[in-house]
Design a protein around this ligand. Structure first.
Ligand code: ZN
Length: 356
């Protein structure tokens, strides 16, 4: 549809290749953890238990066991075989983190990489778990498997938000919806809301024109086209979501979540821009891209200096740096610090978790 920017070409290109899609596979007899469907989030646990099939008992407990400590998550694929929603409490119990029903947000950087293929970094994807929902921001290549790596059940997703349409932020929506349609042991009946910036409806129509037969299921899947300027926030049961224009693609936006007095901002891809500063104003945590090297310049992306400038001007309390290629091989946190930002600085890996 539209040519990728120079940065993507420079980092290895975005070549498309004719893909082959085999026939839909029947549901697989994968083990399902009893605990993965047990008590937890109040919203839908009861009806899900009521619908569980007898054969779910077979693999009970398969997804439990020893796991890595928070926030470095285990390599075990906790979500493998979980059908429907795996309540947050049980997921965390499996991770060795026992918590009651959460009031705040838990954020997981599922993919911290870029267009450059890397073994240890998947492409852009951020999961925000609220008290009753799982929200996903961007779905680059590897995101679905990355959720499993991070102990997040891909079938638990309630809302998807895209920052822009580049493949490294969108392509895994296809395998995600394909899996929900054909690999879910329990047919999905709850809503999945998919939102993206204007002209999202055109993008979505093109995507479903190619893959729709295998993507669109029998459950409600409304699509929401967000105008470039946010006049009214998206209201979810647990948070308000604002957005603003970013400096990357004509449609690019970043998101701001506010819940329980805390604010989390995710820039998506961007260069410096006043609207990005405004979006991040006084954020508790700013997840911010850093796709350009210090002292360099990559159109549509931030250098460490740019990260420091946005973070300082916005008054963000903490920054988490993401979307940087391995070839930078530098201490990004030190470079952002040297550029003048005085708040807390973290550098994301795939699986990094935090609360705002
Ligand atoms: Zn991009």
């Amino acid at each position: 549809m539209q040519a990728p920017p120079a940065v993507h070409a420079a980092a290895g290109g975005c070549r498309t290749r004719p893909g082959e899609l085999g026939p839909p596979q029947p549901p697989l007899p994968l083990p399902v953890s009893e605990r993965a469907h047990g008590a937890g989030r109040a919203r839908s646990g009861a009806h899900r238990r009521a619908r569980r099939r007898p054969d779910d008992e077979a693999g009970r407990g398969a997804a439990s066991g020893g796991h890595g400590a928070h926030p470095r998550v285990s390599r075990r694929t906790l979500g493998n075989g979980c059908r429907g929603r795996a309540p947050a409490g049980t997921r965390r119990a499996a991770l060795g983190v026992i918590r009651e029903r959460r009031q705040d947000l838990e954020i997981t950087v599922v993919g911290s990489g870029t267009v450059l293929p890397e073994l240890e970094r998947r492409q852009s994807c951020v999961v925000v778990e609220t008290a009753s929902e799982t929200l996903v921001f961007d779905l680059g290549s590897g995101a679905v498997r990355g959720m499993l790596r991070a102990g997040i059940d891909p079938f638990s997703v309630d809302r998807i938000f895209f920052t822009h349409f580049h493949p490294d932020h969108t392509v895994d929506v296809v395998p995600l919806l394909f899996a929900i349609k054909y690999a879910a042991r329990e047919p999905r009946d709850r809503k999945l809301v998919i939102s993206g910036p204007e002209p999202f409806h055109r993008f979505w129509a093109a995507l479903t024109n190619v893959w729709g037969e295998w993507m669109v299921g029998d459950y409600p899947m409304p699509t929401v086209q967000l105008p470039l300027a946010c006049r009214v926030p998206v209201e979810t049961p647990d948070c308000q979501i604002f957005w603003a224009k970013t400096e990357h693609r004509p449609e690019s936006i970043g998101y701001r979540l506010e819940a329980a007095g805390k604010t989390f901002v995710y820039t998506g891809d961007t260069a410096y821009g006043e609207s990005v500063v405004a979006l991040a104003r006084n954020a508790d945590t700013l997840l911010i891209e850093c796709g350009a090297p210090a002292g360099g310049e990559v159109p549509g992306h931030l250098t460490p200096e740019g990260v420091a400038r946005i973070a300082s001007e916005s008054g963000a309390r903490r920054v988490v740096i993401t979307h940087f290629p391995a070839f930078l091989q530098t201490d990004l946190a030190a470079e952002v610090r040297a550029a003048g930002y005085e708040g807390e600085i973290l550098t994301a890996e795939d699986g990094t978790k935090f609360s705002p």
